[in-house]
Design a protein around this ligand. Structure first.
Ligand code: SF4
Length: 81
């Protein structure tokens, strides 16, 4: 019982520390990430390359972010956990 009590906060802390970056040199303006996860990815005005609008990705959006990263045709999305 006590073991479960201490393990849970550690797991939550790891999930909350997820960050995402878009490599501007690789991004090819396809827009798949923006369509897949608009809560996290947006096009920049002018350049039309994707950027990340959240500093830390909340747990509820982490799966969508991973899916978007896998689907990016240019492998421009890096997930840091
Ligand atoms: S899916 Fe990849 S290439 Fe397309 S806009 Fe997003 S980061 Fe750029």
């Amino acid at each position: 019982m006590d073991g479960n009590y201490f393990v849970l906060p550690v797991i939550m802390g790891e999930e909350e520390s997820m960050k995402v970056e878009v490599d501007q040199m690789k991004c090819g303006t396809v827009g798949l990430c923006v369509k897949e996860c608009p809560e996290v990815f947006r096009f920049q005005e002018g350049s039309k390359k994707a950027t990340v609008i959240l500093g830390v990705i909340p747990p509820a959006l982490q799966k969508k972010c991973r899916d978007a990263a896998k689907k990016c045709p240019n492998a421009a999305i890096t997930i840091k956990e």
